[in-house]
Design a binder for this molecule. Structure first.
Ligand code: ATP
Length: 341
């Protein structure tokens, strides 16, 4: 959802952006793990950060929240500089991070009391929404992995944040809990909350994100809507079937279709042989039409339509010159402000 606001540009940082990152660089010791990264998240958007393990996604969101200090670059989050104004930013941002933990003996209800500010929503409603109402009295150590994950989500949403940062939102959740969490994120979106989501799950990204930014070795490989990324990086559809009787003429016709890029089949096609046709999406309809005209639709006809997962794979498999650049930092620093690692 895009909320109409008048924007003023200020050196590449627009007032409409909830998050603006320019040239972010982060090193651990002499390894550059985030390398001149630019990122914009506009008000009301859900933006996904995707990429292989170690691509720098978590480090980036930690810098955005003021949990880590960047080595270079400019960051603006809800009008604040997270590196120097994190105390002012913190009440406006709700986050569910990887590897979060609470004291073992803390009860769910006590955690809500501990985290709630004056802006807090009704914690009971949130527990209900995320299927934790029956666990109010449970201590943290007694919660399952999925319940802990949902509790952190409840805590992230408790104080009506303007920006929600979710790192591997549904990792370890069962399918029903996953659907509940997605529905809750859609509700937040409808209410105008901005969400930055780190995810490896491309079905999740496709279902929730307005835009996805793909990182490799700390750099942006590409960004766009799920449909744009699929269109740019996974255009090939596959149609597979067993050759019906009297179908040799069909195969010759299929081979001539303009969108067909390759066909995998025996050198002398015969009934009963498996055929795979690769091509752009238009071949799906045309191959189907030819088979129907030929009089028999194979019972095992199957179609693979490329999706975001295929697009991400092809993007990440692409050769590139993006090995992390060495840096001449003298000290290895674990400078996490108040948390992970
Ligand atoms: P994943 O998908 O596995 O969560 P990620 O994209 O979130 O990965 P980061 O957690 O940001 O990646 O890590 C980026 C790189 O930085 C990794 O190679 C990681 O090992 C390294 N790294 C992260 N934190 C530290 C630290 N405190 N000290 C040294 N290296 C670190």
């Amino acid at each position: 959802m895009w909320h109409e606001r008048r924007c003023r540009d200020d050196g590449g940082m627009s007032e409409c952006d909830v998050v603006t990152v320019r040239g972010l660089q982060k090193k651990y010791g002499c390894r550059v793990v985030v390398d001149r990264l630019d990122l914009d998240v506009r008000a009301g958007e859900i933006v996904g950060l995707a990429g292989a393990n170690g691509a720098g996604k978590t480090t980036t969101v930690e810098c955005i929240q003021g949990l880590r200090k960047p080595d270079a670059g400019q960051l603006r989050v809800l009008g604040y500089n997270p590196a120097t104004q994190s105390a002012r930013l913190r009440p406006l941002v709700g986050s569910q991070l990887q590897d979060s933990a609470l004291p073992d003996r803390l009860r769910v209800s006590e955690a809500l009391g501990l985290f709630a500010t004056r802006r807090a929503r009704d914690g009971g409603e949130l527990l209900e929404q995320f299927g934790l109402a029956q666990r109010r009295r449970s201590v943290f150590s007694a919660l399952s992995g999925g319940e802990r994950q949902r509790l952190f989500l409840v805590l992230a949403l408790l104080n009506r944040p303007r920006l929600v940062i979710l790192d591997e939102l549904t990792q370890g959740l069962d399918p029903a809990a996953r659907r509940n969490v997605w529905a809750a994120i859609r509700q937040l979106h409808a209410g105008g909350t901005t969400v930055l989501l780190v995810t490896h799950e491309m079905d999740e990204a496709e279902a929730l994100c307005d835009r996805i930014v793909v990182l490799r070795a700390g750099r942006v490989l590409d960004a766009g809507t799920p449909a744009e990324l699929v269109d740019r990086h996974a255009r090939r559809a596959t149609v597979t079937f067993t050759v019906p009787d009297r179908a040799a003429a069909c195969l010759a016709e299929i081979r001539q279709l303009p969108g067909v890029q390759a066909m995998d089949m025996p050198s002398s096609p015969r009934a009963g042989a498996r055929v795979t046709v690769l091509g752009d999406r238009s071949i799906i309809a045309h191959v189907g039409a030819i088979l129907v005209r030929g009089g028999t639709v194979p019972g095992d006809l199957s179609v693979h339509v490329p999706d975001l997962d295929d697009a991400l794979q092809s993007l990440l498999d692409r050769p590139g010159d993006d090995a992390p650049a060495p840096a001449d930092l003298k000290t290895a620093g674990n400078d996490l402000i108040g948390g992970r690692r």
